[in-house]
Design a protein around this ligand. Structure first.
Ligand SMILES: Nc1ncnc2c1ncn2[C@@H]1O[C@H](COP(=O)(O)OP(=O)(O)O)[C@@H](O)[C@H]1O
Ligand SMILES: [Mg+2]
Length: 750
């Protein structure tokens, strides 16, 4: 045969798309980085286009790193980032890097053990996750400190939830950096309920992300590809139109069709160059899957067996694993690999690694889909056995193959192990999905209920109240019917919190009270203390401060009796809140002080922040100068918070001290940072502060347009935050009557 492989040697067309990518790259070189998403059908040329960009970037001296998502149902959290950054770290002086990254290195150690000892995360789950995200971006910025970084993430349609979240976060955080992320996704996979779809729609709406869509090649581009492949000057219009129609302008399909035509002798080398049968005589299969399967049929049976085994392992595999799974010796595997490479089904990943991969995901799919289900199960079962014997085995990979093999008991255990790994990586949603995926295969009712409640907890950590609620409502009754009432009560407190987040404080109260009833009978416990804290919070929300104080006091006593330090620090804050509301100012500040000291001693980062935030806010609003000074100095002890509320507090204080311009500045930054971190509540508060500061500065029009509408208030309590801004704004506009009527909306405290 004259041509070993029918692959187009040059990049055909795509000039507009490539120059858009190059513009983004040049922008990143200038310090204006960002995210570009390349979408298109499978085979349309996304990988090819992005490799062209990578080549260009390397020539310009940029660092290029890349990683891909896995087509397996379950995958390691952050997989493409792990791959790309892992490769980068392998060529980096780790000690120097750790030095430069400071505390971010500890956060990163959760994902990259080579970075040292991981930070211990106590307190707020959402904050911990954002710190990890921020650290990842810091690492990328560090890599880009002297040259630009191009990070390529392939096949987002298969991304795990944590990867989607981190990328989404990155879209808001790469401006004014030298980092460009280019991510690809298969648009034909995005069915109506695909998890990536809302993210992509969000990117389209926000305009933060540059979107490049790869369309089908037109017939003249199809002709260009054919000419390039066969090194011919031109082809007939008839042949061109035939190929364009059959391939629908998809480059992968075109290459596969031509390959097939060559194999059948429809295209052949004649005396004067390439020749072909007439278009009507050509027998090109209807679908690209069929062209692949035709080629499979031309292979030896033994070779087909090896290739089938490979398709169960995944898109890419190493020799040793394949030999073990196929159950043949390495030389038989090698000859199968050679035949498959020649048949344009596989390719070497790179010359030295001993790894091979299917030429395209569609190639693997075609081979795999052709297997009957029992054969697939058998192969997955073998893959599982081979992987299980390895010291570096990864729970989630094993879980995948065990599930596909129908070995459910073992699969459940591996899903649980993988979920634990995901929790350690702060990939809460990944953990939740793993547990949820495993739960139907758990036989014991109590075990299953526990698993659902753990999944709910993971969703809760990810601020997904609706999902958490759904699972708790399934799990709790089963725990209770098994007599595990105390355990169930802990989850009822969580269910109450979900209802609260879902704006149903009535249903929240019902759950807290149920939990309290059960827990009180069982004696002091951390869970009971937390139930009291929640009830205290609800009462204060309903402006019933006496009841709120009562519950909080019980919370403190219970936490002390149970030796629950965090719950105690927390209850003290609620005590203080109620006392301050009731005018017991000294008692309130004393309890805030107690909470602060306990939180510092216990390293409850989040609680330290809570105490400082509440105390400064109250002190500023009460005009208690000495207290403002004490608490303001402690802002420094809070450390980094993703939503940057300390900026907001500084702005408040600036305003209180009459430093209006400074307050405007701080409020603006706080709005921006909170928006970046996705903290809507803090965005709202900081926006209100901004409006008020503008009004104080007599920039009435600006103030009026900055002020968020009343309708965006979530709690009636929010009136405490925005009424003053409204009144000042109206006064600045000269609207005294409006000011008076706004003043009346201030919530009264009974
Ligand atoms: N513009 C192009 N010019 C030449 N060959 C192309 C072009 N686009 C894609 N190809 C070839 O088509 C095949 C499929 O492309 P690929 O980039 O892997 O598709 P995708 O990543 O969109 O699934 C590859 O062999 C690739 O080299
Ligand atoms: Mg691709």
């Amino acid at each position: 045969m004259a041509v070993a492989r029918v692959l187009c040697p040059t990049l055909v067309g795509r000039d507009t798309e490539l120059s858009r990518l190059e513009d983004s790259l040049l922008a990143a070189l200038r310090g204006d980085g960002g995210v570009v998403i390349v979408g298109g059908e499978a085979g349309m040329g996304k990988t090819r286009l992005v490799s062209a960009l990578a080549m260009r970037a390397r020539r310009l001296g940029s660092v290029v790193i890349s990683g891909g998502c896995s087509e397996a149902e379950l995958s390691l959290p952050y997989l493409p980032f792990l791959e790309a950054i892992g490769n980068y770290l392998a060529t980096t002086d780790i000690a120097a890097l750790r030095e430069r990254l400071g505390s971010a290195a500890e956060e990163l150690a959760q994902l990259f053990p080579q970075m040292g000892r991981p930070a211990t995360n106590t307190g707020d789950a959402a904050q911990a996750k954002l710190r990890l995200f921020e650290s990842m971006l810091l690492l990328l910025r560090d890599a880009a400190r002297s040259r630009a970084v191009l990070l390529i993430l392939e096949d987002l349609q298969w991304a795990d939830p944590a990867t989607r979240e981190l990328l989404d976060y990155a879209t808001r955080r790469l401006r004014s950096t030298n980092v460009l992320i280019v991510a690809t996704y298969r648009s034909d996979e995005l069915h109506r309920k695909h998890a990536l779809l809302p993210t992509i729609q969000g990117w389209r709406r926000s305009g933060q992300v540059e979107m490049v869509e790869l369309e089908a090649l037109d017939s003249s581009r199809v002709a260009d590809m054919v000419c390039a492949i066969f090194d011919e000057a031109s082809i007939s219009d008839e042949f061109r139109d035939f190929l364009r129609e059959r391939s629908e302008g998809n480059p992968f399909v075109l290459e596969e069709m031509l390959r097939d035509a060559l194999d059948r002798g429809d295209i052949y080398r004649g005396a004067t160059g390439w020749d072909r049968k007439s278009v009507v005589e050509m027998r090109i299969p209807r679908t690209v899957q069929d062209t692949i399967l035709q080629r499979l049929e031309r292979l030896d049976r033994e070779h087909v067996g090896v290739l089938s085994a490979a398709s169960a392992i995944g898109r890419s595999f190493d020799l040793e694993t394949l030999a073990a799974v196929a159950g043949v010796d390495q030389s038989a595997v090698l000859s199968a690999l050679e035949a498959s490479v020649t048949a344009q089904l596989l390719e070497e990943e790179n010359r030295t690694s001993g790894r091979y991969q299917f030429r395209h995901a569609l190639t693997r799919e075609a081979v795999y889909e052709d297997l009957v289900v029992p054969r697939r199960q058998q192969l997955h079962s073998r893959v599982a056995d081979v992987l299980a014997s390895r010291p570096d085995r990864v729970a989630v990979d094993l879980a995948n193959h065990l599930l596909m093999a129908g070995r459910y008991d073992e699969a459940v255990a591996m899903c649980v192990a993988a979920a634990d790994d995901a929790m350690r990586a702060l990939a809460y949603r990944d953990a939740a999905e793993l547990l949820e995926r495993a739960s139907p295969h758990v036989r014991d009712q109590v075990d299953r209920a526990r698993m659902l409640c753990r999944a709910a907890d993971a969703y809760w950590n990810n601020s997904e109240s609706a999902n958490a609620r759904r699972l708790l409502e399934q799990g709790i009754p089963d725990l209770e019917s098994a007599g595990l009432n105390v355990e169930a009560a802990g989850y009822r407190v969580m269910l109450g919190r979900c209802w609260w987040e879902l704006l149903r404080s009535d249903l929240a109260e019902e759950q807290f009270q149920k939990a309290r009833g059960v827990l009180e009978a069982a004696g002091p416990s951390e869970a009971l203390a937390i139930a009291y804290v929640r009830l205290s919070g609800l009462a204060s929300f309903n402006s019933d401060l006496v009841t709120s104080l009562d519950y909080a006091t019980r919370g403190v006593a219970t936490a002390e009796a149970a030796g629950a330090g965090l719950a105690r620090a927390w209850s003290l804050i609620f005590m203080a809140g109620a006392e301050l509301g009731l005018g017991q100012v000294e008692a309130g500040f004393a309890h805030l002080e107690e909470s602060y000291q306990a939180s510092v001693a216990g390293h409850y980062r989040f609680q330290i922040g809570n105490a400082v935030y509440n105390a400064t806010w109250e002190a500023i609003h009460l005009g208690a100068v000495d207290k403002v000074n004490i608490w303001f100095d402690r802002l420094g002890a809070v450390g980094h918070t993703a939503d940057e509320w300390p900026l907001y507090v500084r702005g408040l204080l600036g305003l209180a001290r009459g430093r209006v311009v400074e307050a405007i500045d701080l409020a603006r930054t706080s709005v921006q940072r909170s928006r970046d971190a996705g903290y809507q509540k803090m965005v709202w508060r900081a926006t209100v502060l901004l409006a008020q500061a503008l009004a104080e500065n007599m920039r009435a029009e600006e103030a009026a347009s900055a002020l968020p509408p009343l309708s965006s208030r979530v709690d009636s309590q929010d009136g405490i935050y925005d009424t003053a801004a409204r009144v000042r704004g109206r006064l600045a506009l000269g609207d005294v009557a409006g000011a008076a009527s706004d003043a009346k909306t201030m919530p009264s405290i009974s």
